[in-house]
Design a protein around this ligand. Structure first.
Ligand code: C2E
Ligand code: MG
Ligand code: MG
Length: 760
């Protein structure tokens, strides 16, 4: 990256004051001089204004450019050359206004003209150095644009200005040459500048605008001047003289107030505009040459411009077509023909730009469930066929252009609208997937988990939105919800969550994790025969936090091992205390799926039991279905070892996961805990009832105990008893409570059970 050019900042405070004084005086002189040329009707020489005020304005501009050369290292020589060119111009003006204009006859060319003409080579040098320093690392196309622009401007200038002037020029060779030297000199300067601007592309920066303004003004003033001289109408002190002064001042402004614009490394923005523009102008010159009697030089320049422009447009067109092809390829997913991740990003970014003041957007991330199994069991060819069919269905469901395959089995959709539209799109996706996919005569059911994030509510950048949709998708997958809307409070990356993550290790180490115990009722005896330990975080400022706020945090940050160890330790210690007090209760402890990957888990459990003298057969370890499926072989191995210790193993939240009963049959488990979602409408819905009934029967036929979770009403409890369920747990029986309260409930249940035997 080149250094940004901010010269004024680099000056000492004192110099800055001096600079401001010189600038103000120069501006004042310029204003006074220009005003005087306007007010003096028809131009009449004024020693005060022409010789003093006007020349002071030139001298000021010269000093300012020279000062710039001394003050700043970057472009020092460029500004030195420009300052020198202005110095010659000033000298010419001083000579002319103080003496030469009063000679009779007034010579043409005069010594003043020599000074004015020396201005050009020095100005080329300065401008050339400036250009060299600010040229982007252009492509060949950019360079040819510069050449075309330079030639084109020269052709236009030669036709409009040179022709009439050369025809009107009379007298000796020196005066004719001088007449032509001025406009040619200016034309070259402007052509250089336009060429550069064409290479530079859009937004070149104020430096170049000041320079362009100043140099074009010089060209205009010179042309008018030569015209006046050849027609013998030039007089000193008209607004024409003011133009030169303003032009010189524009150069001084460029020196101190011009900013070069951001550095650019690529090619300019509109590749074809410059050549086409000059192609048209040059064509006009060639066609109209005879009619307007244009100079051969103009026609030659125009022809050269035409040749260069045609070559450039042809190669540019070829390049563009190639580029468009590559661009299309780079944004398309080969397998499905949908947009790929890059294409989706691009589309999302432009949609976000367009939507920023219009409305909302919904981003859906669709991840197929258990696609790995299809790939592993049926091979990649089938997997690919499934993906391509799903891609087509999604495109049909949501309309093309808004659907993309991000990679693997992950698709993304973009819908214009808020939450309603996003949810409706998710429903459409689910409907599109409802029908089975057929590959090689084989029918496969493919389901997906969908995460939805909304703009601007959940983020205003493509990255954030996709990330949030991904988090929501993960939630949907974890809880088998089908689709889920992003919720910041569940986002592990949100500030709140980050804070909790940071505090978690200390909280575990310092005993902020406390246990509540929820009673489990044996439906046969009507007694509380056990409890489930449910962890809570007694947070110093936020109060009591439930597991859904921090268990997944612990999982994601590698602290689940420590958390489980703390819970296990506290639960077994509590059980020892109860056994000591003569209270016999089984204790259920929840394990996370990640705990199953810990090879030493069974020995840790054994150590804790031994340390507190608790019998292994009173400890139940609860593992969710999904936990068992994360790594089935490892799970089987670990469960075997836990069973060998004497512990019981329960499958938690049964029915929400993907494990089939056939698979569970091979696992050494003791009980199934039917997820509470099954009990929600079991008393009112016949279908729900038959599902529960057959699950109970199946469990029994596999020799497993059936535990119902989430029993909230007396009717549900009665029904479960009637169905032959073994145990029940739920708010109706008892909420999670402290150890003392749990012991009290157990004792009371024993008393009532022996008295009345209400259930079972
Ligand atoms: P879970 O193991 O299925 O625990 C039962 C959850 O259902 C508990 O929520 C309990 O309060 C709630 N519940 C019990 N009866 C009813 C009822 O009748 N109606 C309703 N609506 N809810 C009922 P809790 O304590 O918030 O725990 C949520 C989940 O967090 C647990 O589900 C378990 O998966 C996990 N968890 C709890 N403690 C631990 C732990 O120490 N370690 C690990 N890894 N996970 C834990
Ligand atoms: Mg549990
Ligand atoms: Mg459960």
């Amino acid at each position: 990256m080149r250094k940004r050019w901010v010269p004024v900042v680099g000056l000492a405070a004192r110099s800055r004051v001096a600079l401001a004084v010189v600038q103000s005086v120069t501006a004042l002189m310029l204003a006074a001089y220009v005003a005087s040329t306007i007010l003096r009707s028809r131009g009449s020489a004024s020693v005060l204004f022409d010789t003093w005020v006007g020349n002071l304005a030139y001298a000021g501009a010269t000093v300012l450019c020279g000062w710039r050369a001394l003050a700043e290292r970057r472009c020092r020589w460029a500004w030195a050359a420009i300052a020198l060119s202005l110095a010659f111009f000033t000298a010419g003006s001083v000579l002319w206004t103080s003496t030469i204009q009063f000679w009779t006859p007034v010579p043409y060319p005069s010594p003043a003209d020599v000074c004015f003409l020396v201005f050009y080579p020095l100005a080329y040098l300065g401008l050339g150095l400036l250009i060299r320093d600010h040229l982007p690392k252009g492509t060949r196309a950019a360079w040819s644009d510069g050449l075309i622009a330079g030639l084109g401007v020269a052709a236009v200038g030669a036709s409009i200005v040179l022709g009439p002037i050369s025809r009107a020029s009379q007298g000796n060779t020196a005066s004719v040459l001088t007449n032509i030297a001025y406009p040619v000199g200016d034309l070259l300067l402007v052509a250089m500048l336009v060429g550069f601007l064409a290479v530079r592309g859009r937004r070149p920066g104020s430096l170049w605008w000041y320079l362009t303004f100043g140099l074009v003004l010089f060209a205009v003033a010179d042309s008018v001047y030569v015209w006046r001289v050849t027609s013998g109408t030039y007089v000193t002190g008209t607004p024409l003289d003011g133009l030169w002064a303003v032009a010189a001042f524009a150069l001084a402004l460029a020196a101190w107030h011009g900013r070069p614009g951001p550095d650019r490394d690529g090619p300019p923005g509109q590749p074809i505009v410059v050549p086409v523009l000059f192609m048209i102008s040059s064509l006009a010159i060639v066609v109209l040459a005879e009619r307007f009697n244009l100079l051969p030089a103009a026609v030659t320049l125009a022809s050269a411009t035409l040749v260069a422009a045609v070559a450039r447009v042809t190669s540019g067109y070829r390049q563009l077509r190639g580029l468009a092809d590559i661009r299309q390829q780079a944004r398309t997913d080969e397998l499905t023909g949908l947009a790929n991740r890059r294409g989706f990003y691009g589309g999302l970014q432009s949609a976000l730009k367009a939507a920023s003041n219009v409305g909302e957007l919904a981003v859906l991330l669709v991840d197929l469930d258990r696609f790995k199994e299809i790939n592993d069991c049926l091979g990649h060819r089938v997997g690919d066929a499934v993906l391509s069919q799903i891609g087509q269905r999604l495109a049909r469901a949501a309309g093309p252009g808004t659907v993309a395959r991000l990679g693997g089995d992950e698709f993304a959709l973009l819908a214009a609208g808020g939450q309603g539209v996003g949810v409706a799109a998710a429903a459409q996706v689910q409907a599109a997937l409802a029908e089975q996919v057929t590959v090689d005569g084989m029918s496969l059911r493919v389901e997906a988990s969908i995460g939805i994030a909304l703009a601007p509510e959940h983020g205003d950048s493509a990255d954030t939105l996709l990330q949030h949709a991904d988090i929501a998708m993960y939630e949907a997958k974890r809880h088998h919800l089908g689709w889920e809307l992003y919720a910041p409070e569940r986002d592990f990356h949100s500030r709140d969550r980050l804070e909790l993550t940071g505090a978690l290790p200390r909280a575990i180490a310092e005993g902020q994790m406390v246990l509540l115990y929820q009673p489990k009722l044996d439906l046969g005896s009507g007694r509380i025969i056990g409890v489930e330990a449910l962890v809570r975080w007694q947070h110093p400022t936020r109060g009591l936090l439930t597991p859904d706020c921090f268990v997944d945090l612990a999982e994601q940050t590698g602290q689940i091992g420590a958390l489980t160890a703390a819970v296990l330790e506290a639960a077994v210690r509590q059980q020892a205390a109860w056994q000591h007090a003569g209270i016999e209760l089984s204790m259920a402890v929840n394990l996370s799926a990640l705990n199953l990957l810990d090879q030493r888990l069974s020995s840790k459990v054994a150590r804790v039991l031994q340390a507190h003298g608790v019998r292994a057969n009173t400890l139940v370890l609860e593992i969710t279905e999904d936990g068992l499926m994360t790594d089935p072989e490892q799970a089987q191995d670990l469960l075997g070892r836990l069973r060998a210790l004497g512990c019981a193993v329960a499958v938690d939240d049964y029915g929400t996961g993907f494990a089939s009963l056939a698979y569970l049959r091979n696992l050494p488990v003791n009980e199934l805990k039917l997820d509470r979602s099954f009990l929600a409408d079991v008393t009112t819905d016949g279908r729900a009832r038959s599902i529960v009934q057959s699950t109970v029967d199946l469990a029994h036929s596999l020799g497993l105990r059936m535990v119902a979770e989430g029993v909230e009403t007396a009717e549900t409890l009665e029904l479960l008893v009637a169905m032959g369920c073994d145990e029940a747990q739920g708010f109706y029986i008892g909420r999670p409570v402290t150890a003392a309260e749990a012991a009290e409930t157990a004792r009371a249940s024993r008393a009532t059970a022996t008295l009345a035997q209400p259930v079972g």
